[in-house]
Design a protein around this ligand. Structure first.
Ligand code: FMN
Length: 185
């Protein structure tokens, strides 16, 4: 037997993919806007791609279209209040870097910086934008992936068991659960 679920919540219920991230984009004056984004999915292949949904009304959407590149910075479980603030306030009104006391590190291949407080960072270049009903779907190439040295395996891999990231699922925020198996399944 099945029970109906309110369709209005459908998108939020289905979120349980990528960890919650702060998306950083360079502004015209050289400052950086940062915004919380849950709607993103990596795509396998060569190059690896990332699909991300950003509402047209968000300041970030304008900047992303103008700049064509951005960084994705994954938040840790200790950064919940920062993820909340960056997901409530708009860069149109406030400097979120300042109110959240965030710091930057230079990226390798894009103009937007990495956020120092976030231990895992992706650099992306936008290749396609699909506009639909007030939502933009940004398709990007992943051009670099960086991890804090405390989480590096010393070669070119990540100590995934030590990653402490946040997941937005069913309208709530979760920490990562334990690894239940090595390998794909
Ligand atoms: C947990 C969480 C997840 C969010 N996910 C998204 C998202 O996937 N796409 C989006 O456009 N906005 C999302 N938001 C809302 C934006 O972060 C919010 O509208 C923000 O104020 C936009 O800032 P900006 O105007 O500086 O771009 C999310 C907010 C929170 C709190």
């Amino acid at each position: 037997m099945r029970k109906s679920v309110d369709l209005g919540n459908f998108g939020e219920y289905l979120h349980y993919g990528m960890p919650l991230a702060l998306v950083a984009v360079l502004e015209d004056d050289g400052s950086v806007n940062v915004s919380t984004v849950a709607s993103m999915t990596p795509l396998p292949g060569e190059p690896s791609r990332l699909v991300m949904g950003v509402f047209e009304e968000n300041f970030s959407a304008q900047l992303l279209k103008k700049r064509g590149e951005f960084t994705v910075n994954f938040v840790t479980s200790k950064m919940r209040s920062i993820a909340r603030a960056c997901g409530i306030y708009s860069g149109k009104d406030v400097d979120k870097f300042e109110i959240c006391d965030l710091h930057t590190l230079p990226a390798q291949r894009v103009s937007a910086p990495l956020i120092q407080e976030c231990p895992l960072n992706i650099e992306c270049r936008i290749t396609d934008v699909l506009e639909m009903d007030g939502l933009n779907l940004f398709v990007s190439e992943i051009v670099a992936l960086e991890v804090d040295e405390s989480l590096s395996d010393g070669r070119d891999g990540v100590l995934v068991e030590k990653l402490d990231l946040l997941f937005y699922a069913f309208g709530h925020t979760f920490a990562r659960g334990p690894m239940v198996g090595h390998g794909a399944i």
